[in-house]
Design a protein around this ligand. Structure first.
Ligand SMILES: Nc1ncnc2c1ncn2[C@@H]1O[C@H](COP(=O)(O)OP(=O)(O)OP(=O)(O)O)[C@@H](O)[C@H]1O
Length: 454
């Protein structure tokens, strides 16, 4: 029924109430200052603007009188619920909430990010294989969740979208949800705000989320709000018990996720965690070749240039692509016969030099390490032998040696005056860990990357 039909009904009710001479003129004036917003499930929602009206309408005799007239005009029994005028939007019709919720949860996949466009190499083949395998698994999923972690720009988002695109094509019957965790937080906050008389949009969002067969969450480290974590936790458990496949990406190993509650982290650890590393030289070259595939005629690039890019920019595939794009763009301006090494070095000179010349100090390394591990200087300088603190110290010592060639004595001074033999053992330990512990290696790379960005 439209709003204007309710207006007609309400006018009839008010006219009859007035004619009954039941109320004084004063009281009647307050009563007339109301609106019938809608009637749903035999509840008539009446909005008021002032507290005086509310008090009058809440009196037993007034309420009974209005209820009986309204029931008669409406044609069946109703009960009255009062609602403040400014809260009327909370009375959105059920369908509208549903539409809004669906809108919130709509997700699209980048069509460029497919399994075919993903170049496999040693650094990412496990992640690639796990993502592809989970798409074809029916029934119980062997590894749940699959957690892919690694530094920025190494293809984590690409793989999640590849899952989405693949399922859309090969198994269209599957419900797939993808969200960047920051967006998921916004969705949940938005849902929490729109409470209404039918309940809470959060409940709707939850009930829709748990119906998915695949639940893909990107950059989980940004799920930092406690209220969202709470909802996520419930949804997560429900999805697992329903047998949905969860795939999560993160920029660090679950154990290093400082902002997330332990109960979530321990659930992530129950599945399969796979590191995605920076591409090796050959993979970087293959990625570059893939990007120019089909355009070789238009942009002729010498092999030596691809070697140069693969060597200089493979820390982050985004940078690798960016440097290639920059060369191609400049080639369209200058029109060289071929993109050779001289051309490439001239165009990209600034980008490489920025990294090489950025003044790096031992303090900057300390700052980056503590920020990465979520520690204070006091923690890292202190005596605690907790694994995380020990690792942070090893990373600090290793990078101070490798990047600045600092003497053990000066590194020790920065670490609460530790003596040089402790620092030298710490350096040796770091070298061992880099070889044997992928998480430690990643931490070193991550901190180094943080330093390069400064
Ligand atoms: N192995 C690969 N093959 C082809 N393209 C790749 C590969 N790895 C990364 N890329 C490309 O590099 C770019 C960055 O990748 P992506 O956005 O997936 O990184 P990410 O690991 O999710 O980074 P972040 O943590 O910053 O979100 C994308 O354009 C992606 O297509």
């Amino acid at each position: 029924m439209s709003l204007s039909s309710y207006e007609v009904i309400w006018k009839q009710v008010l006219d009859q109430v007035e004619q009954s001479n039941f109320f004084t003129e004063d009281t009647l004036r307050w009563i007339k200052n109301t609106t019938l917003f809608k009637i749903e499930n035999s509840i008539a929602y009446i909005s008021y603007r002032s507290m005086v009206t509310k008090t009058i309408l809440n009196k037993e005799e007034t309420k009974n009188m209005i209820t009986s007239v309204l029931s008669e005009v409406w044609g069946s029994d109703v009960t009255i619920q009062l609602i403040q005028y400014k809260d009327m939007e909370k009375l959105m019709p059920e369908e509208e909430i549903q539409q809004r919720t669906n809108q919130l949860l709509k997700c699209t996949f980048n069509e460029e990010y497919t399994f075919e466009n993903f170049v496999e190499g040693k650094s990412n083949q496990e992640a690639y294989a796990a993502c592809l395998a989970c798409c074809n698994q029916r029934g119980t999923h062997m590894f749940n969740p699959i957690m892919i972690y690694g530094n920025s720009g190494l293809g984590k988002t690409h793989l999640l979208h590849a899952i989405g695109n693949y399922l859309k094509e090969e198994r269209p019957e599957c419900n797939v949800f993808y969200a960047y965790s920051g967006d998921l937080v916004s969705i949940l906050i938005d849902a929490m705000k729109s409470k209404n008389v039918h309940g809470n949009t959060v409940d709707k969002v939850k009930s829709l989320l748990v119906q998915n067969d695949y639940f893909l969450i990107d950059d989980i480290q940004n799920l930092t709000r406690e209220s969202s974590q709470e909802i996520f936790f419930t949804v997560y458990n429900e999805l697992i018990s329903r047998g949905a496949q969860i795939v999560i990406t993160s920029d660090m190993h679950p154990n290093e996720l400082n902002g997330l509650p332990t109960r979530l982290v321990s659930r992530f650890n129950a599945g399969l965690s796979i590191n995605i590393g920076k591409p090796e030289f050959e993979t970087s070259k293959a990625i570059l070749k893939k990007k120019i595939e089909g355009n070789e005629e238009a942009c002729q690039i010498e092999e030596e240039v691809l070697d140069y890019l693969a060597q200089k920019f493979s820390n982050d595939v985004r940078n690798l692509e960016g440097s290639l794009n920059r060369l191609i763009f400049n080639a369209t301006l200058e029109n060289p016969d071929v993109i050779d090494i001289n051309f490439a070095q001239r165009i990209l000179m600034n980008e490489v030099i920025v990294n090489e010349n950025d003044e790096l100090t031992i303090k900057k390394i300390k700052k980056a390490v503590t920020r990465f591990y979520g520690l204070t200087y006091k923690d890292i300088e202190g005596k605690s032998r907790q694994k995380k603190l020990m690792n942070a110290r090893h990373v600090f010592v290793y990078l101070s040696r490798e990047l600045l060639h600092k003497a053990y004595i000066s590194i020790g001074q920065e670490l609460g005056n530790r003596d040089h033999t402790t620092i030298s053992s710490s350096y040796e330990r770091a070298c061992q860990l880099i070889k044997n512990d992928v998480n430690f290696k990643m931490a070193v790379e991550k901190v180094q990357e943080m330093l390069e960005k400064k």
